[in-house]
Design a protein around this ligand. Sequence first.
Ligand code: 0YR
Ligand code: MG
Length: 370
Amino acid sequence: MKITQLEPIILHAPVTRGGIADSTHKLSHWGAPGVAIHTDTGHVGYGFSGTHAHLATDRLIVDCILHSFGPLLLGEDPREVLALWEKLHKQAEIYWVGRAGITHLALGAIDIALWDLKAKEAGVPLWKLLGGSAQKKVEAYNTDGGWLNWPLETVVSDCKRLVEEGGYRAVKLKIGGPNPREDLRRVEAVRQALGPDIRIMTDVNGRWTLPQAIQTGSRLQDFDIVWIEEPIYFDDVEGHRRLAETIATPIALGEQLYTASHFRDFIHAGAVHYVQPDVVRLAGITEFWQVADLARCYSLPVVPHVGDMCQVHQHLCFAHPACALLEYIPWLRDWMETPAKIVDGYYVAPEAPGAGMTPNRRALEEINRA
Ligand code: 0YR
Ligand code: MG
């Protein structure tokens, strides 16, 4: 099996109700810039990154895939994915200008497409190739009811609907707005509406200073929160360590960490309790697996962030023993050949061969028009 051609792909999918916001970002579309890797056997592998759908930035990622990494891939056997990852990482000239950021997202999209090919050629879903089982329970928690730009009544009614009609037993609320009292009011209102048994996660998206995080984070304890996610600036290992020592509510983070060594530093410092690697922020499945193994060595749960809109992560969760819970955001549901499926709050193991990111006809038509 040999790689014959790389084809660029950029897909922009609208988010819920035309626009969402957290404390740090506002977006109308989710971006999926990536690649279709063609082979001489006719199999096509698909891999995407996840972005805020800024076309100029997405083009940089795709250019990096095609022009910086592409020439090193042509003629290679895609099934030798670990060896190819090392080759791209060490031999591509682009690594001189960055071991994180755009270069890393580009390598991640390629790595996912290579694993997709390996699983398609083997005729099995990725979770099976990785040694997983469909018997495993992978629970879903839903992030799509708690956006910061939605009025409190909308957040409360959406969260109730997710629980009562969707079957979810865990939801995430965005906080970190300009007024901490309003943050606490939102959490309190949702806790009251959902009762004591539904789990609630909170996500600050890196907005607080350490003193704000200590003050407001301590008060969140009253509402029995599962975790506070990204309380302070993404790269601050020491700040998160101090916070973890000071407040009772556990800390979750990882969606902004690019490399396995970033995770090593946070985990080793005791600065994180719930480890949230993202297969499209790390360089793909290869590096995700290293992070999940590392977390397992420290007995920490892995609850991935779904920059891929859970399409690849569901496979990883059915396979890796550190994963039992996975975020759910539905923004690629209408664009994928086999969208993630949740029944009664649990993921259903996908049956189609591959890694889960094959676009459907509608997506391919849209891409060709662009
Ligand atoms: C906007 N999940 C997150 C949105 C979400 C972000 O960047 O995608 O809030 O991915 O933090 O945990
Ligand atoms: Mg988050």
